[in-house]
Design a protein around this ligand. Structure first.
Ligand SMILES: Cc1ncc(COP(=O)(O)O)c(C=O)c1O
Length: 405
């Protein structure tokens, strides 16, 4: 029997390190209690587990004060927490043209309610933000810039430091859904004011975990208010972190697993993980670059992207300004063919080759508009730390066979 090949790590990473499952089972069987609520031994142990995860995340992202990390269900909740809890009426927000719906939808909601104005900063056909265009977009009332660190569609990595240098004091909210755990991040060096992360992708933790780092000096109103286990005598929500933004019992089982995922990453080393994923990306790009009947989007360079590759089974280039030979990241320009529909390609990869990828818009219609792949979308192949060069060979062979059809 063929070994199934999971290439959908941009949706959620799989498999997880065994330590993650062990930590979850340990918490369920041996700890179980509610952290920060009771004074008994098991509650103290639960608090220790949760604090350990906070410390490991602080180490990973170079955060000096663990109290400034709050846990959320996922990055969507972390992003919503800042968007609804930091912005004020009349503010202007700048986003890139590569944002995910987790950013776009809450901001569009606020814009359509006439609460804020929204400015979309242009990106090129490879998904790279035009940093030179930013100064002209900044207004007196611009109070936040939200940036997708790396595209979940085609992997394009943005230069966060360069963006921060241009926007100066305007707070930067970074969506690290596709980079945390597999790309080095340093909140100080990179100039990140709010860092939103999800636990179940590169951080190798379970689904239902994530969080937010908030730089000292920035205040965020809570989305929810309720029990925190602290200053219970008061009717008002605590005003100190992390309690101010952590109402109700958290997904502590998941947080235990997330801690094990982050510890795994710290033990391996982010740079080693990045190197391995770069190797996979360049191997796949190299194997696919001369396949007739295939168009690949994005930077086409493992240095400039995460281990995510988007393609369509045709050679019909997206049209539009700024396009030049390879300028949109498309290759195989000469071969003009009627394409294979994406769902058919996805089905073939699934049923004939046991290769699991994601097709469509990947919750990022704006990014696909930027790349010229809207509304059909692309086939997205996203690798993880546990994929091998052998997997890349098998995937390339399957894709080549499909393209030849
Ligand atoms: C760039 C980006 N932002 C946000 C999200 C939302 O992630 P989650 O479902 O974990 O909140 C994703 C996941 O697909 C993503 O890739």
């Amino acid at each position: 029997m063929k070994k199934p090949i999971y290439l959908d790590n941009a949706a959620t990473s799989f498999p997880k390190p065994p330590q993650v499952t062990e930590a979850i089972i340990h918490y369920m069987n041996e700890v179980g209690a509610n952290p920060g609520r009771s004074g008994h031994q098991l509650s103290i142990e639960a608090s220790r587990v949760v604090q350990h995860t906070r410390e490991s995340l602080a180490t990973l992202f170079h955060i000096s004060d663990t109290k400034r990390i709050v846990f959320t269900m996922n990055v969507t909740e972390a992003l919503n927490t800042v968007i609804y809890g930091f912005l004020n009426a009349g503010d202007n927000v700048i986003i890139s043209a590569m944002e995910h719906n987790s950013v776009l939808r809450p901001l569009k909601h606020l814009e359509e309610s006439d609460f804020i104005t929204l400015t979309i900063a242009p990106c090129d056909r490879k998904g790279l933000l035009d940093i030179d265009a930013l100064p002209a977009l900044v207004r007196k009332n611009t109070s936040l810039l939200v940036l997708n660190h790396a595209s979940n569609v085609c992997g394009t990595i943005q230069d966060v430091r360069a963006v921060k240098d241009v926007i100066g004091d305007i707070p930067l909210l970074l969506d690290t859904a596709q980079t945390s755990g597999c790309y080095p991040i340093d909140v100080k060096d990179d100039g990140i004011d709010f860092l939103a992360f999800t636990g179940h992708k590169g951080l190798l933790g379970p689904q239902g975990t994530g969080g937010l780092y908030i730089r000292e000096g920035l205040n965020v109103r809570p989305l929810k208010r309720g029990g925190t286990g602290s200053i219970s005598e008061k009717f008002q929500q605590p005003d100190f972190l992390p309690d101010a933004l952590e109402s109700g019992t958290q997904n502590n089982v998941g947080i235990a697993g997330l801690g094990a995922g982050v510890d795994f990453i710290l033990n391996e080393g982010v740079n080693i993980i990045r190197k391995h994923e770069k190797g996979l990306t360049s191997a796949l790009l190299k194997a696919l670059h001369d396949v007739p009947g295939l168009t690949i989007y994005g930077p086409l360079d493992a240095e400039l992207q995460t281990a995510t590759i988007s393609l369509t089974f045709d050679s019909i280039l997206p049209t539009g300004p700024g396009h030049e030979l390879g300028g949109c990241g498309a290759i195989n320009l000469a071969w003009m063919e009627e394409g294979i529909p994406l769902d058919a390609a996805g089905d073939m990869l699934n049923s004939e080759y046991d290769i699991f990828v994601r097709i469509g818009l990947h919750c990022a219609p704006l990014a696909h508009k930027t790349l010229g792949t809207f509304p059909e979308g692309t086939v997205r192949i996203s690798m993880g730390y546990f994929n091998t060069l052998q997997d890349m060979e098998s995937a390339a062979k399957a894709i080549r066979n499909i393209a030849e059809k």
